[in-house]
Design a protein around this ligand. Structure first.
Ligand SMILES: NC(=O)c1ccc[n+]([C@@H]2O[C@H](COP(=O)([O-])OP(=O)(O)OC[C@H]3O[C@@H](n4cnc5c(N)ncnc54)[C@H](O)[C@@H]3O)[C@@H](O)[C@H]2O)c1
Ligand SMILES: [Zn+2]
Length: 391
């Protein structure tokens, strides 16, 4: 006699909406964007908890006062003075800062009809976003990203996380923000490295889906190096819209499949960041990852020699170093650490190994295996190229 079972399967579609603004002087009382966002769709008065990256105060000493004055002027219910947290990767290295945000959310009775506004770089946004995502199973988050990378990539994305068990982004969730306010003023104070690092994500998005954008980057490259703000605004907006289009049209916003085209150039980048003890910035590692994948694709016969040359030339003109000694690191068994990283990358995604490579500028495609010997040869070429450039 068989066991009787009944199955009731339902499929529910959930839509989400995120508004992304490109603006200036976001806390100037004359700028209506933030007030409009806080008012949208919620019966007033909506509560607002602001979390600021402490390091920003050094460059904008009156930032807290400006936030408070803005809230007063627009009748926003600021629940307490902005909470200051240390930014940079250190914020993601433990649960402590998440707990501080959770405590503030609890202390200030922030509920699902309130807002948490996070102002800072990608690391702070990831940590605060995670706290907002788990408090009351999710309160509304507004992001105000303050670095190139967070304005053109992570800030408009749907993910947040902290590092856990010594592993990057191990603890986190998918939670689209309510709104993103990209204020170009914040970029003025970025150190050279941060200004440059975020541009790697723009090259990436151009390579996988937007050949015209790649040409624009080639045209703008010297202006970008000279810190032209109009050129940077063009880069950020097009890159952010590219990421948004992928989330909207890619068919897998919460990454349940194994393919992750937005992670082109990232399989080696993630490992390289870790091997450097987070000394190498994410964007710097991505630039190297893009160069390595371009050389690999050319050596495998997927990518034309000329296209590979253009990719390496653009990255070099933008000022990226395309070599780091950690790329040659080997484990006790003599294996290239980078190749070990390939398995870690697969594990983070789950399922079959899926790597997006480039078959032409603007056109990504997927492969399911990587030839370790060709990677080793590509690394040697990358190293040789860098030595030549230095000579
Ligand atoms: N959630 C996602 O989808 C996603 C995507 C990509 C990257 N990330 C994460 O984002 C993080 C990297 O973000 P990031 O590149 O913005 O780096 P970051 O947040 O570490 O900031 C870099 C440095 O710039 C400083 N800083 C921030 N804003 C500044 C400003 N306006 N002026 C001067 N200094 C400023 C920070 O204090 C820090 O020292 C990584 O943890 C990465 O994992 C997340
Ligand atoms: Zn990235």
């Amino acid at each position: 006699m068989g066991l009787a079972s009944e199955a009731f399967i339902q499929s529910v579609q959930v839509a989400f909406k995120t508004s992304v603004y490109f603006t200036k002087h976001v806390f100037d009382p004359a700028n209506p964007v933030l007030a409009g966002v806080v008012r949208s769709g919620i019966a007033l008065p909506a509560k607002l908890l602001v979390v600021l990256e402490a390091g920003l105060i050094e460059h904008h000493p009156d930032l807290c006062e400006r936030v408070i004055a803005y809230a007063r002027c627009h009748d926003l219910q600021l629940v307490e003075a902005p909470l200051l947290l240390e930014g940079g990767e250190v914020i993601k290295q433990s649960f402590a800062s998440v707990e501080r945000v959770l405590a503030a959310i609890n202390r200030c009775d922030i509920d699902r009809h309130s807002y948490v506004l996070a102002v800072g770089g990608g690391a702070l946004l990831d940590a605060v976003g995670f706290a907002a995502a788990i408090a009351h199973r999710g309160v509304r988050l507004i992001r105000a990203p303050t670095t190139v990378l967070s304005q053109n990539d992570s800030g408009v994305g749907v993910k947040n996380a902290i590092n856990y068990f010594g592993k990057k982004n191990w603890l986190g969730s998918f939670a689209p923000p309510h709104a993103v306010l990209n204020d170009s003023d914040f970029l003025e104070s970025l150190p050279e490295r941060e200004w440059r690092a975020g541009m790697a994500e723009a090259v990436k998005i151009a390579l996988i889906r937007d050949a015209e954008f790649f040409e624009l980057l080639e045209k703008d490259a010297l202006q970008l190096v000279a810190r032209s703000m109009p050129a940077m605004r063009r880069l950020i907006q097009r890159c952010a819209l590219g990421h948004m289009a992928h989330i909207r049209e890619g068919g897998d916003p919460f990454e349940m499949g194994s393919a992750r085209p937005l992670d082109h150039g990232h399989w080696s980048a993630h490992k390289l960041e870790a091997l450097s003890g987070w000394d190498i910035r994410h964007g710097e590692a991505v630039a190297i990852g893009l160069a390595l994948d371009a050389i690999y694709a050319r050596r495998m016969g997927f990518l034309a020699v000329a296209d590979c040359g253009r990719i390496l030339a653009l990255l070099t003109t933008l000022g990226f170093e395309l070599w780091a000694p950690q790329l040659e690191a080997r484990d006790n068994a003599g294996r290239l650490q980078l190749i070990v990283g390939l398995e870690e990358f697969r594990q983070h995604l789950g399922g079959a190994l899926t790597i997006t490579l480039i078959e032409a500028i603007g056109h990504g495609f997927e492969v399911h295996e990587i030839d370790a010997e060709v990677i080793a040869a590509s690394l040697a070429e990358l190293k040789g190229g860098q030595l030549q450039a230095a000579a």
